[in-house]
Design a protein around this ligand. Structure first.
Ligand code: NAP
Length: 304
């Protein structure tokens, strides 16, 4: 058996087309577009390329995009004042602070200063609490877990009553996706197990999984014999395992590998995500979806 590939690159295009269409409708009816500001402190090359991709995507969708670059030596107080300015700006619906921040910055204080109703990353404690409560309380599900759930739903994988095993318990992937999959509702209502480095027998739990979500950051951690035949395998891991010359550009690029032994796993699984081109492209897509949602919440509040 060869597993069906769940391609993030294709699902991204579907979702971006939906966001662009809804944005155009809102613009016509209300004369407003989603506004996203990205605050970048310093010149970290990885952050710059990630932020550039965000700007390109936002522009393509017809969003208002502000790229606010700040010097490496900015103080916590100045950054807090900047966030306050955007919190009060009605044309901005999403505020994104690109991490990592320089050492002199009180990162927790800065992240917690973002208005939870503009926290489109979904990491503010208020939004983490809303996610835990579930249902209509949820405003901004964090982007990578939201992308994972979309992929599962759009691939037509049954989640109702499914055994879901999540490898990894980070605050940005493992814990939120586990929480989302156990809620009542579409694309969830599953029985969820989380495994981590303290788990006695990881293979035993993985072998029970109808849906196996792996976010450990360990290349090839999940062996083919850990996979239940026909299972849906979502590989979140992005591990740099070397470098190669790109055929397209002739430049050096990283060789990326997931947390799952892909070639062997695809002969056993029912569905599988590739690395790269699987979960990766979904994160920025869901950030755009959250920014659009934020504008819609604002319009609803204005009506009430
Ligand atoms: P993280 O914060 O390092 O957390 C990794 C988790 O995996 C931890 O809970 C750790 O357990 C667990 N783990 C590590 N090795 C393990 C092992 N041998 N057996 C069992 N559990 C193990 O990582 P993260 O931020 O969640 O990211 C995970 C991976 O996803 C990385 O490769 C990252 O690059 C990728 N990622 C991709 C995207 C995307 O595609 N958009 C977004 C985010 C992350 P302990 O808690 O016990 O230490």
């Amino acid at each position: 058996m060869s597993a069906k590939l769940i391609q993030g690159t294709e699902i991204r295009e579907e979702i971006l087309a939906e966001i662009a269409a809804e944005t155009a409708k809102i613009k016509e009816k209300h004369g407003v577009v989603p506004g996203l500001v990205t605050i970048l402190v310093g010149q970290n090359p990885a952050s710059i390329s990630y932020v550039t991709l965000k700007i390109q995507t936002a522009n393509r969708l017809g969003f208002k995009e502000i790229q606010d670059n700040q010097p490496e030596n900015i103080s916590t107080e100045k950054l807090l004042a900047l966030i306050d300015k955007y919190n009060k700006d009605d044309s901005i619906h999403g505020i994104l602070i690109q991490l990592p921040l320089p050492k002199q910055i009180d990162e927790k204080k800065v992240l917690n200063a973002v208005d939870p109703d503009k926290d489109v990353d979904g990491f503010h404690p208020v939004n983490v609490g809303r996610l835990m409560i579930g249902g209509s309380e949820v405003k901004f599900p964090p982007c990578t877990p939201a992308g994972i759930q979309e992929m599962i739903v759009r691939a037509g994988v049954e989640t109702q009553g499914a055994e879901v095993v999540v490898v990894g318990r980070s605050n940005i992937v493992g814990k939120p996706i586990a929480n989302m999959m156990l809620q009542k509702g579409v694309g969830a209502n599953a029985t969820v197990t989380i495994v981590h480095t303290g788990t006695k027998d990881i293979a035993f739990h993985c072998q029970r999984a109808d849906i196996l979500i792996v976010a450990a950051g360990v290349p090839g951690l999940v062996k083919p014999e850990w996979i239940k035949p026909g299972a849906c395998v979502i590989d979140v891991g992005v591990n740099r395992v070397g470098e190669k010359i790109s055929e397209k550009t002739g430049k050096k690029i990283a060789v990326l590998k997931g947390d799952v032994d892909f070639d062997a796993a695809r002969e056993i699984a029912g569905w599988i995500t590739p690395v790269p081109g699987g979960v990766g492209p979904m994160t920025i897509t869901m950030l755009m979806k959250n920014t659009l949602k934020s504008l819609k919440f604002r319009l609803e509040r204005a009506k009430a």
